[in-house]
Design a binder for this molecule. Structure first.
Ligand code: F6P
Length: 597
């Protein structure tokens, strides 16, 4: 009887793997057919499609990975299809600290709508629209309470509502401890190599835990059934995945860590390191922008937790549950919808030059970001000075426009940065300016997305010189904005985007001499070279767009869900007595089962 049970188990496993492979084959062929209609010439033909599908099957056989995302043309429609076909009836819930729409009261007492300067928001907003999901976030706007319904929800986007934004209210004390304190004075400097000392306070930790619990309560309240797909965003919510797992064991929790993950020695500084890892390992999947940061995370788990690391499967087994640890490079929507409403490049150039007083014979170099010490803003100023020292003929020929959206401005490190930026900008203007020529224009104000895209379109050069950055979406936005195929991107080697945008001029922001040489190269680069570089980068951003980012995670989620179902079926037969983890793939248990037999 026992032998019969074990045989049945194997028959079910093999049959199910066969069915999954067949389903993936069919799904890939379907996506491939759609794709080939759009981009492939007939010479590629069916051979390529079937070879591609065979490649996918080989991958599936090799390590259980999901469909090769590169085979699909990614769009909102693709996401909707994945949800409808691979995750039927799944409710998508996004959780982030920053909300995609902030309602503020202006000085006349009217309500104004602000879209925050946040890469996270610009990436997730089109996804949530496509999935018609629910987005849970901290309601931080001064008029946020005025516009919600009785359940603290507001339908957005306002012009064409397609999903619900559920606001969570925080007390001033919670906000201080959880957001400003633990998240931004503790975890943020801990995870970025920018040589700012992390500060850890017990009271901040307590607030962080309490706020994570508040969000967990809200996720449970918003879940329409036991099995939502919850997309947890960023370092504000390291404890949330475990809290959700405890209350909704059948949920698929996908956590995306938008910032770098430090090596295990640096991570060991954090007094609550085990709690943070335990919280994150409540996720079904943890995503990072780069493989490097995914590896750092796995090493931290290996060092501090009683766990088993399965490198070949990119998975961690901990407390009877398995978590996949993958790199999913984030991106932006393609095509950018906003571009439709923008004037041609020439008009943007004229408008922006006039607005910021840029002389006709000077090239426009721009930097656009939150005013943050990880972004290397001061290093750009140093590089500009170095350029003027090395090539005095460039004085008068270049203006650097820095748009810096104020952020976390009450924290000492940010106040200090703001002051330093102002001081250095004035110093450079005094030293190298003359008449109406000012080499640095510093605008420390929030700008709308529309304005930011106009600035990208007007720029000759865009500088993204982060000291350390998970991805950096400004680099990708600049490329997307340049449908004229001109403009040069200077990109830090320490930003994740430099792994993809190889045709940028890649720089080390700590090396002012190197940066100044790159700036010169950009200033004198001819239009043909600009076009060649820009064209290639545009292809990369088009193909690796944000729908691919989300779609890859959703496909992996679908795979986990199918395996979870398989586990449930096999659990019905007589099987070796092993601990089974929730709905999450139990690779190790399955291997144990094989060994047991
Ligand atoms: O870069 C990490 C990140 O969380 C982004 O995802 C987001 O754009 C930004 O930081 C958030 O900044 P703020 O603290 O102003 O919300």
């Amino acid at each position: 009887m026992a032998q019969y049970g074990v045989d049945l188990l194997w028959v079910l496993i093999l049959a199910s793997l066969g069915l999954s492979a067949f389903a993936i084959f069919i799904s890939v062929s379907r996506h491939r057919r759609q794709h080939s209609k759009v981009v492939n010439s007939p010479s590629f033909g069916d051979d390529v499609a079937s070879e591609a599908a065979r490649k996918v099957l080989r991958e599936v056989e090799k390590n259980g990975q999901s469909v090769d995302a590169a085979l699909v043309t990614w769009s909102p429609e693709t996401l909707r299809k994945i949800l409808a076909e691979d995750l039927p009836d799944a409710q998508v819930i996004v959780v982030s600290n920053r909300e995609p729409y902030i309602h503020n009261e202006d000085k006349n007492g009217d309500v104004e709508l602000v879209v925050p300067a946040s890469g996270l928001v610009s990436a997730l907003e089109p996804i949530t629209r496509a999935c018609a999901g629910t987005w849970i976030a901290y309601g931080g706007g001064s008029a946020d309470r005025q516009v919600v319904d009785g359940d603290d929800r507001v339908q957005v986007p306002p012009e064409n509502p397609s999903y619900a934004l559920r606001r969570v209210w925080l007390t001033e004390e919670e906000y201080q401890g959880y957001y400003l304190g633990f998240a931004n004075e503790g975890l943020w400097p801990l995870c970025h190599i920018a040589f700012t000392r992390p500060i850890f306070r017990e009271s901040d930790w307590e607030a962080y835990e309490a706020v994570n619990r508040k969000f967990a309560d809200t996720v449970v309240a918003e879940a329409r059934n036991e099995r939502p797909i919850v997309l947890v965003q960023d370092y504000h919510f390291a404890l949330l995945p475990r809290m959700i797992r405890e209350r909704l064991p059948e949920a698929i929790v996908i956590t995306f860590w938008h910032i770098p993950w430090p090596n295990s020695e640096v991570f060991s500084i954090c007094p609550w390191r085990e709690r943070i890892l335990d919280g994150l390992l409540g996720s079904s999947i943890i995503g990072f922008h780069t493989q490097f940061h995914a590896n750092n995370f796995t090493e931290s788990v290996d060092r501090f937790m009683e766990s088993r690391i399965e490198r070949a499967d990119a998975a961690v087994s901990y407390g009877g549950q398995t978590t996949l640890v993958h790199a999913y490079p984030i991106s932006i929507e393609w095509p950018v919808q906003l571009l439709k409403s923008l004037p041609p490049v020439e008009e943007c150039r004229a408008h922006i030059r006039e607005r910021f007083g840029i002389p006709a014979d000077a090239k426009l170099c721009v930097g656009v970001e939150r005013l943050d010490y990880t972004k290397g803003i001061l290093d750009r100023f140093h590089a500009l000075e170095e350029l003027f020292i090395r090539y005095p003929e460039m004085i008068g020929k270049a203006v650097f426009l820095q748009i810096a959206a104020p952020s976390r401005g009450t924290l000492p490190a940010y106040k200090h940065l703001h002051e330093e930026c102002q001081r250095l900008a004035e110093e450079l203007n005094e030293r190298y300016g003359s008449g109406s020529y000012r080499p640095v224009v510093l605008v420390a104000e929030h700008h709308s997305q529309k304005d930011v895209y106009k600035i990208y379109r007007a720029a000759d050069i865009c500088l993204v010189t982060s000291l350390h950055d998970g991805m950096n979406l400004v680099a990708k936005e600049f490329v997307a904005a340049r449908d004229d195929e001109e403009g040069v991107l200077l990109l830090s080697t320490f930003a994740g985007a430099s792994r993809e945008l190889l045709e940028a001029l890649i720089v080390n922001p700590y090396d002012a001499a190197m940066m100044s040489e790159a700036m010169r190269q950009a200033l004198i680069m001819g239009p043909d070279e600009q076009r060649e570089r820009m064209r290639r980068m545009r292809e990369i951003v088009r193909d690796n767009n944000v729908y691919r980012w989300a779609g890859s995670m959703l496909l992996d989620a679908a795979r986990l869900r199918k395996r979870g179902e398989l586990d449930r079926v096999t659990a019905l037969s007589e099987r070796p007595a092993i601990a089974n983890g929730d709905n999450v793939v139990s690779i190790f248990e399955r291997k144990q089962a094989a060994g047991y037999r």
